[in-house]
Every structure is written in C-alpha cells, then in structure tokens.
Design a protein around this ligand. Sequence first.
Ligand code: COA
Length: 465
Amino acid sequence: MASALRIALRNQTRAAFPRTSVRTFASARPQTLKERLAELIPQEIENVKAIKAEHGKKAFGQVTVDQVYGGMRGLPALMWDGSVLDAEEGIRFRGKTIPEIQELLPKAPGGQEPLPEGLFWLLLTGEIPTTEQVKELSADWAARAAIPTFVEELIDRCPSTLHPMSQFSLAVTALNHDSAFAKAYQDGISKKDYWGPTFEDSMDLIAKLPNIAGRIYRNVFGTGKLPAIDPSKDYSHNLSTLLGFGDNEAFVELMRLYITIHSDHEGGNVSAHTGKLVGSALSDPFLSFAASLNGLAGPLHGLANQEVLLWLRKMEKTIGENASDEQVKEYIWSTLKGGQVVPGYGHAVLRKTDPRYTAQREFALKHLPEDPLFKLVGQIYNIAPGVLLEAGKAKNPWPNVDAHSGALLTHYGLTQMQFYTVLFGVSRAFGVVAQLIWDRALGAPLERPKSFSSEAIKKMFADKQ
Ligand SMILES: CC(C)(COP(=O)(O)OP(=O)(O)OC[C@H]1O[C@@H](n2cnc3c(N)ncnc32)[C@H](O)[C@@H]1OP(=O)(O)O)[C@@H](O)C(=O)NCCC(=O)NCCS
C-alpha cells in the first residue's frame, strides 16, 4: 500500500480511537475485551434508543411479492453491526476494507497477515486493538481451548464416512453441556446481564474450535495424534499445528488471512442469519452456532469451497492439465448445459469480483505464483465470467471467496477437500458470535417475520391492478 494511504489510515484510526479508549491507564495491564465491551454497551443502548425514537416509524424499503418468493433477496430486514457488504465494493469490517484491515490490525512477529484475534476485537468494538491486547486474547483462547472428554469421545465415535461438517456441528451442539448462558438462564439471570455469559460462551466456543477441527481432521484422514495447544502461540498457529501444518510459516500466515476474510459477511447470508435467528430464541451460542454450521454445510453456501476443488479435479481429469483456454471454456459450458452451477462463481449480493477472492489471489501471487492449480484458477477467472455472461442467467458472473481457497490449501498439502468447509466454519464463528453478544446486550427480540400462503397473496391482490 502506498505510504501516503498508510499514513492517512493510521491518522484516521488514531483520531477515531484515541489510545485512552483502549487502555485502562498508562502503566497498567491492557484493558481486556470484556472490560471495553462493558464500557461500550451502555453507550450503544442509548444510541439504539435514539435511532429508534427518531427513525423508528420510517420506512426504508418496500416488499415485493418477488422478494417473498425469491429468497428475500435485498429485503432490508436485519440488524448487523460487524460488517456491511456493498454489491460493488465488497465487504467492510466495521467500515474497513480487507486491504485496510491487513494494514491496521496487529500481526504476529515477522508476520504480514492480520491476526484474527484483532479482527474479533474490531468486530465487537469497532476499534483496532493494541498488540498487547491481541496477545492477551491469544492467551485467553489458548487457556479455554480444551474440550470435554465426552465431546472428544463423541467425535472419535463418528464413522470416518460421516462428513466432517456433520461431525463439526455435532461437537459444537454438544458443547452446550457447559453453557454459561444456559446455566445462568436456568438460575434466573436478569435480561440486562445476558451479554456477560453470552460473551463467556462465545469466547469458549471460538477457543475450542481448533481442538474440534483438529480432532475431526486427524480422525477422518488418519493423520496421527492430536498435539497440544501451545499457550504462547496465536490462534491460527495453534490451529495449523493441530492440523499438522504448524511448522510451515506460510501455511500459518494463510490461516491468519483465511480466518480473517471468512469471519463475517454481514447478516443476511445463511450461516450468519441462521445463528442470529436461533440465538433470538435465547438458544446459547453453541446451539446457535451449530445451526449456522448446518447452513454453511450447503453447497450453495460454504460447501462451495469443497465443490470448487471437486470441479477443478474433474476438469483436470476430463481435459488434462495445461488445457487450452478453448478446452476450459468448453468444460464450463458443459457444466452449465448439465444443469449445474459453476461453483465459486456468482453471489446473492456482490456484483463484482469478491475482494476476498482478490486477497487470496494476491497471497498466491506472493507465495505460490507457479503453482499449477493456482494457474488453473487464474485461467478460469479469465474465462468463466464471459461464459456466465453469455449464458445470461447469473446476475453476477464474477468469482466469490470459494473459487480460490481450495487451491491455496492444496498447495500446502491440505488436499482433503471434504474438510475445507470446516475451516470456513471455524472462521465464521467470529462474526456470528460477535453479533450474538451484541444482540444479547441490546436485548434483541425473538425473530418472527410474517409468512403468507400463495392463496393469501392471490387474494390480497385480487381487486388491485
Ligand atoms: C451464490 C448463488 C447461490 C447466488 O444465488 P442467486 O442470488 O439466486 O443468484 P442469481 O440471482 O444470479 O441466480 C439467477 C440464476 O442464475 C443461476 N446462477 C447463479 N450463479 C450461477 C453459477 N455460478 N453457475 C450457474 N448458474 C448460476 C442461478 O442458479 C439462477 O438460476 P435459475 O434462475 O435457474 O434458478 C449462485 O450464484 C450460485 O449457485 N453460485 C455457485 C455456488 C457458489 O459459489 N456458492 C458460494 C457463494 S459465496
């Protein structure tokens, strides 16, 4: 990034977040995330009250019958603070683009990619944490990382033929056994205090995901005994170690970038919305996030990263490696003519190349420019949008995040594509629980939109033009 932009960004951040707001006092230990949240929550409650008082009765969209039948596309219906998705520009996490967070968030010593710990802090507070605060978060998550023995046994008893996402969802559901929120609710906690145990459960959930993911990976693919979490290492480093790639610094950097960019994509996508919906019934964060995972496991959502690799491998088998542009084009047409989607392309909101794709492409250009699979992914990028445009159905012919991630993981030896969506799931927890904590803090109500039968819709418009 040009240094003028870097300086401008830094100044902007310093102006928005004076150092006093992220520290208790000069020589004391850094302020924790929970302490900072406790300060922010009363202010935000007042902020939301004021918004509702001033604008509560105003409309900012209309509902068409097409939207009711069409998956509610574009319907303005949800509150979500962590990130906002612009159709043309892509995602901004609390107002910051991916290049901006790559620049601003703390890094590991010698690292260049942002630490997801910092992203979590940003999602929750809108503020950039200090390096010490991020270090404390890494240590806190490492301390909470152990999973109960019965959950280990539950995972160990799953047949290796059970999809890793199903195992993941089972294990996360079972963590509800020790939910602080569920217990506090049973004990009669007051509504204004809901956010505290929700925060504790959310921290536990994020912390335990590497042990769950690592155990599933090693069981299913027979890659040996699970090592222990190292309390001196950051989250992504520990996750990489548990998967067997901790010695490869480039893979660890990839995980830092991967978790960061997959963490959140505003509130309407299937996994985010499902987590929020289930959480609105006051289901604890484990139950809510397990529901998110079941949505993420669908091929039109997170499972697309597995589907992309399957499709690439099938393509290589059919037309061979180093195929010509013409052969690749023909293969894409054959997919469409077979009534299938081109995985990794299209998006319900985006109308441009996904900046999460671009961030991964830049990582590949830096670390693995000569990788054959990366080259194929790049070749498809030059061809598929033209084919999809010519086919004339997809509103967005450009690649999304899933078009690229599998090629990067494959390069470093993580070739088991059935596992890819688990890594997406580990990442998506960050965004889902950040919003759950705020929903509890702001006293968000039960979600209950109105549904209509086709008969009712016909009657509604019977006497109208
Ligand atoms: C992501 C996705 C589900 C969005 O769906 P959407 O909002 O309904 O998309 P559109 O409005 O552009 O869909 C219009 C039509 O184009 C089709 N279309 C969209 N993307 C397509 C793709 N990549 N390949 C082929 N057809 C596609 C849709 O299936 C739909 O067909 P239909 O009218 O026969 O039902 C869709 O683009 C898709 O299936 N992509 C491939 C799977 C994928 O990569 N998912 C990960 C998303 S992050």
